[in-house]
Design a protein around this ligand. Structure first.
Ligand code: 1DF
Ligand code: MN
Length: 351
């Protein structure tokens, strides 16, 4: 231990954690029902079959912490010096639910429940809207309700929705609502759809360990290459886990993307207004959820710019006080550290 963790800015900055999860009982009950009645995909069986039924300490503790938006969570924030948590309904939200009316109900009640918690702890919690992309028009209306009536500051979508990706035209109302309300979209990982699962589960690599990043980075790149940011040049997409490794790959994806366009190899690849470096520095924000790892954070700062990299804990999936201390001790300038922990989140979530 190098220092005591306190809230209140004793180190010159507040700590705002930007990828913090909660669940509702009815959400988890539907996951369990889907696992039991055989309608869950392989990823759901692997992930929620584990968290909702395993007697292991990790699973029972995480379930307990996900379901709490009260004093226990506040105490854990106090213990690790987290001033504010930006909260979202845990992955995969309601996106795998086959009954769209049920999905809408669970998402809107989760939003109401979160709004109540934010009202109870207005200096500690900030909310993001949960949506049901199965119904894009309803989701657009819920995004407006979140921003205009519930006081939420962003939207979270947990990657694909039953194998569908946000560049598909039916999802456009969601981007219109984001543009109209001026909110960022957090694209959080989900498990791989069955079409991509391959041998990931046999290898034990389907979840947060690796599979999440494979699927989510693919989703994010699709948004770039299909020209989403040429249509919505002000759109801000937040990605966790070191921006899902996109900064690491950027030279190669940009080079090969240009080579693919020049050679006319793919019907779908059309010239974009800018190169991929531009979109990474203009439309993406990265967080250190799951990657409180100095080389990865410095890479994001170098590639994306110091205004685009933010702190996240990923409570309750990752709740490690020494990781917060390591972030306090990052070898970056004090001005960069204040941006990382506090002012970038204030700016991009419009706090
Ligand atoms: C896990 C990790 C699960 C993350 C998550 O949501 C999640 C996990 C279900 O460890 O199983 O959000 N994460 O973002 O790293
Ligand atoms: Mn997460």
């Amino acid at each position: 231990m190098t220092h005591t963790l306190k809230t209140g800015g004793d180190r010159g900055y507040l700590r705002i954690a930007t990828e913090e999860a909660f669940a509702t009982r009815e959400q988890v009950d539907v996951f369990l029902r889907m696992v039991r009645d055989g309608t869950a995909d392989k990823g759901m069986v692997s992930l929620w079959g584990f968290y909702a039924t395993s007697p292991s300490e990790r699973a029972t503790q995480i379930m307990d912490r996900l379901l709490d938006l009260g004093e226990q969570r506040i105490a854990h924030m106090d213990e690790t010096g987290i001033d504010k948590a930006i909260l979202a309904l845990t992955s995969p939200g309601v996106q795998p639910m086959l009954d769209t009316a049920e999905a809408r109900g669970i998402a809107s009640r989760a939003n109401d429940y979160l709004a109540d918690a934010v009202q109870k702890y207005p200096t500690r919690y900030i909310g993001m809207t949960a949506v049901a992309p199965q119904d894009p028009e309803w989701s657009a209306a819920e995004i407006r309700r979140g921003a205009n009536e519930l006081g939420f500051k962003g939207v979270q979508i947990n990657s694909h929705t039953q194998g569908h990706y946000l560049d598909e035209p039916q999802f456009d109302p969601i981007f219109q609502a984001l543009a109209e309300t001026g909110q960022p979209l957090y694209i959080h990982p989900a498990t791989l759809p069955d079409s991509m699962m391959g041998g990931m589960i046999d290898a034990g690599l389907d979840g947060a360990v690796f599979g999440f990043a494979v699927e989510t980075s693919y989703h994010l790149l699709r948004l770039v290459t299909t020209g989403l940011f040429d249509r919505y040049p002000d759109l801000q997409i937040i990605a966790g886990h070191g921006c899902e490794a996109l900064p690491y790959w950027l030279y190669r994806t940009d080079f090969m993307h240009k080579a693919g366009i020049r050679s006319g190899r793919y019907e779908r690849l059309k010239p974009l207004q800018h190169d991929l470096f531009h979109y990474m520095r203009t439309n993406f924000l990265g967080t250190c959820s799951g990657l409180p790892f100095e080389p990865a954070i410095k890479l994001m700062i170098e590639v994306m710019g110091e205004d685009r990299v933010m702190y996240a804990m990923d409570y309750p999936y990752e709740y490690v006080a020494d990781e917060v201390r390591a972030m306090d001790n990052l070898a970056i300038t004090n001005a960069q550290k204040k941006k990382f922990f506090q002012t970038n989140a204030e700016r991009w979530f419009n706090l």
